[in-house]
Design a binder for this molecule. Structure first.
Ligand code: GLU
Ligand code: MG
Length: 440
């Protein structure tokens, strides 16, 4: 007999859409072992629905989505009907080995290399911003001033439902706030081991969208919902722990209190920053958000408590467990990026810094966005890409990241992104905002 409850097994693809297939909960034991059928060419699906024509797979081949029961979340029915359990999956070959293009496995491989080569574990959390819109994606009247009790209260019971659903799922919700933008909100989770953090980011977005839909609204994570408006960022906080789980980013004797290992890791990220952006700010619209003086990320540098920095040294509070609190924040991320690939890009770039034993970047105390270009150059502060074309170009030239991703995944990624560029060629900022708000 088939139970009424569905389990939806899904992957987050190259454009960070969550796609998969559902089955009755009574099939779960078998599906955990053997997965459910999936099509390689699905990886070439683009943000707006079409398939990128120039993909390596075409009509050929089969893979499986094999659910990981620890990466799950219950989407509660809006009308008293059965709930749906959403479970994230690894994409595997028919012999159940990892598929070379599985984005979740790219992260797992990166974390394994960091562990094997340096005995280090990456700890992370994603800080999500999003905007509440009408169900048809148009702007709503303002619920209240920035950060106000009125704005937070206006959208109840959304916040309460979200916070308690995250708690029930074991995601350790931290802070819920009305943000600066009109009807913009932010939700944060406690840090966790990196693969778990990326899984939670993917599931959290689906939960937010689902809860908003249940209340007759639409929550959009698009980097910008209105031309000239306030951006929705997805800042990634991270730190490193050694084999004894001791935090090793902190060293009180150093500038910015960053340890030598932390400095090398940060230097690796800065060295690859333009190519990383092709994976973390991966859409045409990403570059309408990512501009100086918007508190997204203005330039590539390591800055102390500076919201214009690509890598921000976050504050610590008081004098207890300072090393546990100490973390870096990578700010050039938005929700059009796949969280598994975001953390993989940071991990392999940081790992490259460790392998090359790079010396730590200059720790910048002031605000380079307010300096002249000569002053920035003298301080080693570099520009971030200003368009998707520029970051893709940097990715093409970055052999280390390219080799790590592998030719099949990389080729598909370029095909997907070229399709996106072609669709939006010549489009106005307004049209670009409308299009992304309708799918993210
Ligand atoms: N909304 C800003 C962004 O696009 C971030 C503001 C903040 O620092 O929270 O990244
Ligand atoms: Mg914020």
């Amino acid at each position: 007999m088939t139970s009424g409850n569905l389990v939806l097994v899904a992957t987050a693809d190259l454009v960070s859409h969550v796609r998969g297939r559902a089955f009755g909960a009574d099939q779960l034991a078998d599906r955990l072992e053997h997965g459910i059928g999936w099509v390689p060419a699905d990886l070439a699906l683009t943000a707006f629905g079409a398939l990128a024509e120039t993909n390596a797979f075409g009509p050929l081949g089969d893979v499986r989505l094999r659910p990981d029961p620890s990466a799950n979340l219950v989407l509660t029915s809006h009308d008293g009907g059965p709930d749906i359990e959403l479970m994230l999956a690894d994409t595997v070959n028919l012999d159940l080995s990892p598929w070379v293009c599985c984005p979740r496995d790219v992260l797992r491989r990166s974390l394994k290399a960091l562990k094997e080569e340096f005995n280090l574990t990456l700890i992370a959390t994603f800080e999500h911003e999003f905007t509440m819109l009408n169900a048809d994606s148009t702007a709503m009247a303002s619920g209240g001033p920035p950060f106000s009790a009125a704005a937070l209260r206006h959208f109840e019971p959304f916040g309460t439902r979200l916070y308690s659903a995250l708690g029930r799922a074991g995601f350790e919700p931290d802070t819920w706030l009305a943000e600066f933008g009109a009807n913009q909100f932010e939700i944060t989770l406690a840090p966790s081991e990196a693969l778990v953090a990326a899984d939670r980011a993917i599931l959290l977005r689906e939960l937010v969208r689902d809860l908003a839909k249940g209340l007759g609204w639409r929550a959009s994570f698009s980097p910008l919902v209105r031309a000239g408006g306030i951006g929705n960022g997805v800042h990634v906080h991270f730190s490193l722990r050694d084999a004894d789980a001791t935090p090793i980013l902190y060293d009180a004797s150093q500038p910015g209190h960053i340890s030598a290992i932390g400095g090398s890791f940060a230097a690796g990220i800065l060295a690859h920053s333009s190519a990383i952006c092709a994976l973390t700010a991966p859409s045409v619209i990403s570059y309408l958000r990512l501009r100086p003086h918007t508190w997204s990320a203005g330039h590539a540098f390591l800055g102390v408590q500076n919201r214009e920095a690509l890598l921000r040294i976050c504050p610590t509070v008081g004098s207890v467990n300072v090393d546990q609190q100490y973390n870096l924040e990578f700010r050039a991320v938005d929700a059009t990026a796949n969280p598994w690939l975001v953390l993989a890009a940071l991990t392999i770039s940081g790992l490259d810094g460790l392998r090359r034993n790079l010396s730590g970047p200059t720790v910048i105390e002031g605000d380079p966005s307010a300096w002249t270009s000569d002053e920035r150059e003298a301080a080693g502060v570099t520009d971030l890409p200003t368009s998707l074309n520029e970051s893709l170009d940097a990715l093409t030239k970055d052999e280390m990241i390219g080799e790590w991703l592998g030719s099949e995944l990389l080729g598909t990624y370029f095909a997907v992104k070229e399709h996106e560029l072609a669709i939006l060629k010549g489009a106005s900022a307004e049209t670009i905002c409308e299009m992304y708000a309708s799918v993210y």
